[in-house]
Structures are given as structure tokens and as C-alpha cells.
Design a protein around this ligand. Structure first.
Ligand SMILES: Nc1ncnc2c1ncn2[C@@H]1O[C@H](COP(=O)(O)OP(=O)(O)O)[C@@H](O)[C@H]1O
Ligand SMILES: [Mg+2]
Length: 238
């Protein structure tokens, strides 16, 4: 195994708040890495730093050995690192198909080809039946799936997924977990997943990274992390 994503010394401050403190870790190729931590720990801030949505004050990010730290978000996406947001962002009045076509149009100059690619992606994600519906008419689970589908349009090497299971019921969570496992197994996409649902994240992850007050406090297999005193304390305190 080799590191597909190498993160070194990420620091972030907002005014007097030290939101990320020298965060350093590697993600292995084809790994599923879970990211946990109490509300406000800095999980979303970390993702925003990695793709320069909110550039960090310090630190470097290597993707497959290439330094992407100074690239713009869309260039980082083209290079193979994409992020899905905690709040699902779709164009409500547009059809599901058009929502994905916008993303696939980054890979081709042909409108027809971008639609074909979008249809293929929607089929992969089990969304063909909803293809011509306006995105506004989707259930929360379908919108989350659409957000993931759009993120795969660039055929990323690594996906950063921020709480895509929030608000879903148990059956929808199970379906989402199946789809993420399948994406990882079939396409070899490396996944970094922020998730509050402990059962879900412990079950799907190869390793778990725990953040607390902007500091990496644990990075180990799920069982070891769930027994880590600092992690137990943070969750009991929260
Ligand atoms: N753009 C920003 N400006 C100021 N403070 C921010 C900004 N983004 C996040 N924060 C603060 O940084 C801390 C970490 O937030 P966040 O990364 O969203 O936590 P998490 O995702 O772990 O719940 C919080 O105290 C939050 O209020
Ligand atoms: Mg968050």
C-alpha cells in the first residue's frame, strides 16, 4: 500500500480560534478512512483546507505524490480530489440529469457525450428512474445520492464526503453504505468520510481518524479508536 493523499502540518485559524492544529496524516490508496469528532472539532474545516475552499494558514497536501496545496479548488478536482458538502447543493429547478451533465461537461466538449456520461453515472447510482425529475422533487436520500453522483463525474481518485448520511433513516443509511462500499471496491476510489453515525462509520472504515479541538487525537483501526480513552472522553463529554 502507498499513500494516495499525504497531509502535512495543516493549520487553520479563524480570529482567535485555532481550528486546526498541525494536522498530519496519510490516506492509503483504496482505503476507506472515517473522520470523527464532536461538533466544532474542525472536521469540515479540514476538508475545506484540503481542497482550498478555505485555504489553510500552513501545511502541504500531496495527491499521488503531486503537491496540490497551491491549486484552486477546481484544479484540485481535475487532479482527482473532490469534496461533497455537508449541505447538499443541487440546482433545484434543473432536472437530475442536467445536474449531473453540468459536472460531466468538464470532461468533454460534446453536449451529447456529457449527457451520455451523466446517464451512465445515474444508472450506476440507481437514479435512472428520477433522471428527468427536477432536483427539488427528490427525497433527502435521493439528493444526497445525487450530490455523490455529481462528485463522481470527474472520476476522482479520492472523495472527501462530509456527512452525507445526516437525516437518513436506517434503511437509507444501509443503502448509502452499500453504494459507498461498491464505489470503493469496483472503481477503486479512495474515500474519506466524515460521519456522526458511529455504527455506520465504524462498520465501513478501514481506519478512523479522530479530531478534537482541531487536533488529531487518534488514527487507528475502528476497534482501537473506539477504545481510545481520549475518544471515549470526548464523546461522553459531548
Ligand atoms: N469560515 C469560518 N470562519 C470562522 N469560523 C469558522 C469558519 N469555519 C469554521 N469555523 C469554526 O471552526 C470550528 C470548527 O468548525 P467545523 O470544521 O465546521 O467543525 P465540525 O465539522 O467538526 O463540526 C467551529 O468552532 C466553527 O465555528
Ligand atoms: Mg462539519
Amino acid at each position: 500500500m502507498s499513500a494516495i493523499l499525504s497531509v502535512t502540518g495543516i493549520d487553520q485559524q479563524f480570529g482567535g480560534l485555532h481550528a486546526l492544529k498541525n494536522v498530519t496524516f496519510d490516506v492509503e490508496e483504496k482505503e476507506i478512512l472515517g473522520v470523527i469528532g464532536p461538533n466544532g472539532a474542525g472536521k469540515s474545516t479540514l476538508f475545506n483546507a484540503l481542497v482550498n475552499v478555505t485555504p489553510p494558514l500552513a501545511g502541504r497536501v500531496l495527491l499521488g505524490g503531486t503537491d496540490i496545496s497551491d491549486m484552486r479548488t477546481h484544479e484540485i478536482g481535475q487532479a482527482g480530489l473532490v469534496k461533497t458538502s455537508q449541505t447538499v447543493q443541487v440546482f433545484g429547478e434543473m432536472s437530475v440529469l442536467d445536474n449531473v451533465s453540468i459536472a460531466t461537461f468538464n470532461r468533454t466538449t460534446s453536449l451529447a457525450e456529457s449527457r451520455d456520461m451523466a446517464e451512465e453515472i445515474l444508472e450506476y447510482w440507481g437514479m435512472t428512474h428520477a433522471m428527468h425529475r427536477p432536483a427539488d422533487g427528490l427525497t433527502l436520500a435521493q439528493r444526497s445520492t445525487l450530490e455523490l453522483a455529481r462528485a463522481t463525474a470527474l472520476d476522482p481518485k479520492v472523495m472527501l464526503i462530509d456527512e452525507v448520511m445526516a437525516g437518513l433513516n436506517a434503511a437509507e443509511v444501509d443503502l448509502m453504505l452499500d453504494r459507498l462500499r461498491r464505489l470503493n471496491a469496483e472503481k477503486g476510489t479512495t474515500l474519506v468520510i466524515i460521519e456522526h453515525n458511529m455504527k455506520a462509520i465504524m462498520g465501513i472504515s478501514d481506519r478512523i481518524l479522530a479530531l478534537e479541538y482541531g487536533e488529531l487525537v487518534a488514527l487507528d483501526d475502528p476497534i482501537s479508536v473506539s477504545r481510545n480513552p481520549r475518544v471515549v472522553e470526548a464523546y461522553l463529554g459531548a
